[in-house]
Design a protein around this ligand. Structure first.
Ligand SMILES: Cc1cc2nc3c(=O)[nH]c(=O)nc-3n(C[C@H](O)[C@H](O)[C@H](O)COP(=O)(O)O)c2cc1C
Length: 189
């Protein structure tokens, strides 16, 4: 029997660190492994984008920028996994937000369901980075999932040498987060 609730959700996932041993990259991979049935995931590497520059834009979107805009437009849900740099979000992720906010209208974030998470070895779990990211996206009329939240502090203790998630409590929270994110996306279809 066809049920709208079972329709697939296409999810675009981006991490704000391309560091080889990035905790946020590891968190993103753990989250994708826990995506519920019916969620089709695709990753986008924001470090492929040039830094936003109005002159570059005026000459026509570079291919990677066009790819970002198309991918965000096409996604039912965007998952952003952010490190915290100096109480804010890393430039590479903000840059993706900025390019996505540019014409043609409607810009890519307008009305887009977004889920945010982040990891840090520090204690506050990227609270400030997530707040800054949430604020930018809300200003762009994205629908940022309010709850549950994943603010992963002490990240150095939660993954093994291969950066696989070993902490059972975090795994359980991720399961719930990913299920909630899929439901969040379905609300806006
Ligand atoms: C420039 C810089 C600033 C940082 N500022 C913060 C910060 O404000 N809060 C925090 O929890 N961690 C901060 N850190 C530590 C990062 O959380 C840590 O390097 C983390 O591992 C980066 O994410 P990644 O593992 O995904 O690369 C900072 C790191 C760098 C390089």
């Amino acid at each position: 029997m066809h049920s709208p609730a079972m329709d697939h959700i296409s999810m675009l996932a981006m991490a704000g660190s391309q560091r080889r041993r990035s905790f946020n990259g590891a968190l993103l991979r753990a989250a994708l492994e826990r995506a519920p049935a019916g969620v089709v995931c695709r990753e986008f590497d924001p470090s492929c984008l040039p830094f936003y520059d109005g002159d570059v834009e005026a000459a026509g979107d570079p291919d990677t920028v066009a790819e970002l805009k198309t991918a965000v437009h096409a996604a039912d849900l965007v998952l952003l996994v952010t490190p915290e740099y100096n109480a804010g979000l890393p430039a590479v992720l903000k840059n993706a937000v900025d390019w996505g906010s540019r014409p043609p209208r409607p810009q890519a974030w307008d009305g887009k369901p977004v889920a945010i998470m982040g990891a840090t070895p520090g204690r506050l779990g990227t609270a400030l980075a997530q707040r800054a990211l949430r604020e930018s996206l809300t200003g762009l009329n994205a629908h940022v999932m309010p709850q549950p939240r994943i603010l992963l502090g002490g990240a150095g203790t939660l993954f093994d040498e291969d950066l696989s998630l070993t902490d059972a409590a975090t795994a359980e929270r991720l399961d719930k987060f990913m299920a909630a994110a899929a439901e969040w996306a379905r609300r806006f279809r």
